[in-house]
Design a protein around this ligand. Structure first.
Ligand SMILES: Cc1ncc(COP(=O)(O)O)c(C=O)c1O
Length: 399
């Protein structure tokens, strides 16, 4: 295997035209108007909560994703928190999500005082499996009419708690089978939030990820496809709900020329103008970034397939595979994925690549293994466990 590892690392060095030195997993690129817009913020003193870039950035994301109303937040995690508050998730409710996700999804559930419940992901998308979701709901829940609200609710037979929402995630930018998940959530009277933090620029059946659910969430953290330093965005298909989110993210301040009137418990979750300025410049480059990312993925794909042919082996017994975008999808290929033969090979590859200055990372530890979530209920997690032992992210920057 050492030989194969060397071939892969040499290929990555060649791809990034960096024969020596450190190659990061995902570095941001600022080749556009970032400096110009930042200077404008500083010169005009509009660096904080007021300024034209906030509105402009929201408009650009609305157009690019086909969203009715987009609302910028300080980061993706607080955007998820606000989405949960807005959909009426309460303390002691349960929220279904996938075991294979980044911690932020579960942290946001915990901020509410709700409990995550974990289902499996699909091997062909890496995102929430609709089959696993349906199986869990069929086996573990019943429907009940709430006498106060007259609404149907989904109750967990084991815990007796209400399952209020479901949060699927588009892992590494690859869209999950979100249309099926929308159908299941409707059938079971469960609210849906789409964690599209990693999938800016990814489409499923022609629609941008994050626009299938009542609320979708994007992240613009420094490692994402586009960045604002730190940042997030709420995507709404209901304009009124979007306007309400804007109100909540701005300390629920009622507009007035000088009075301080607040009509709710609000949040200081709104992105400052200075970050939105970077966001506008990054959005101008998004089409170019996406082309470049898809081109990098193509090169990885053809290289791994050549290695497989050279070694005269099928994908399975060659032992290293490249993960390709799922059916019906256009992926942003945020972080490219290779799948190793087993955990031992994965660990050897991680050691070899990182010792040789090429940053590669395993997938996150499954959420149900973390101390905070170890007692949470889980469905069958066979695919998540299989992937956790084999998935490695390889450098994916657009530069
Ligand atoms: C799946 C997922 N959800 C949520 C987040 C949170 O976003 P942020 O880092 O902007 O808070 C991230 C990324 O960082 C993520 O990968």
């Amino acid at each position: 295997m050492e030989n194969q590892f060397k071939e892969i690392i040499d290929f990555i060095r060649n791809l990034y035209q960096k024969p020596e030195g450190f190659i990061p997993l995902h570095a941001p690129v600022f080749n556009g108007n970032e400096k110009k817009y930042l200077e404008e913020c500083i010169d005009t003193t509009f660096v904080s909560s007021v300024g034209k870039f906030v509105d402009r950035f929201e408009k650009m994301v609305e157009e690019s994703t086909g969203t009715k109303k987009a609302v910028v937040c300080v980061n993706g995690t607080n955007a998820l928190h606000l989405a949960m508050l807005m959909l009426g998730i309460e303390k002691e409710d349960e929220v279904i999500t996938q075991a294979l996700t980044f911690i932020a999804t579960c942290n946001a559930i915990s901020y509410i005082g709700a409990h995550p419940v974990f289902v499996d992901v699909d091997l062909d998308t890496l995102g929430m499996s609709p089959v696993s979701l349906r199986t869990f709901l069929e086996e573990n829940t019943f429907q009940q009419n709430n006498p106060t609200t007259q609404q149907q609710e989904c109750i967990n037979k084991t815990s007796g708690r209400r399952i209020k929402a479901c949060v699927p995630m588009h892992t590494f930018g690859h869209p999950c089978k979100i249309d099926k998940i929308v159908e299941i959530c409707k059938e079971y009277h469960i609210e849906l939030i789409e964690d599209a933090a990693e999938s800016m620029g990814s489409f499923y059946k022609g629609k941008h990820t994050g626009t299938f659910a009542k609320i979708g969430v994007l992240s613009f953290n420094g490692n994402k496809t586009i960045t604002t330093g730190g940042g997030g965005m709420l995507l709404f298909q209901d304009e009124e709900l979007g306007k309400y989110a804007k109100h909540l993210t701005t300390q629920a301040k009622v507009p007035h020329a000088w009075e301080f009137v607040h009509d709710k418990i609000g949040y200081n979750y709104r992105m400052p103008n200075i970050n939105a300025a970077i966001g506008c410049a990054q959005m101008e480059q998004l089409p170019e970034f996406l082309l470049s990312k898809r081109n990098i993925a193509k090169q990885y794909e053809s290289f791994i397939s050549k290695l497989q042919q050279l070694n005269n082996s099928t994908t399975k017994d060659y032992g290293i595979d490249f993960f390709k975008e799922p059916k019906d999808s256009i992926s942003n290929y945020w972080l490219n994925v290779i799948i190793l033969k087993n955990k031992e090979e994965r660990d050897k590859f991680l050691k070899y690549s990182n010792e040789n200055g090429v940053m590669c990372r395993p997938v996150w530890q499954l959420m149900n293994k973390l101390v905070m979530f170890k007692d949470c209920q889980c469905g069958d997690l066979s695919n998540s466990i299989w992937l956790e032992e084999r998935v490695v992210n390889i450098p994916s920057s657009v530069n």
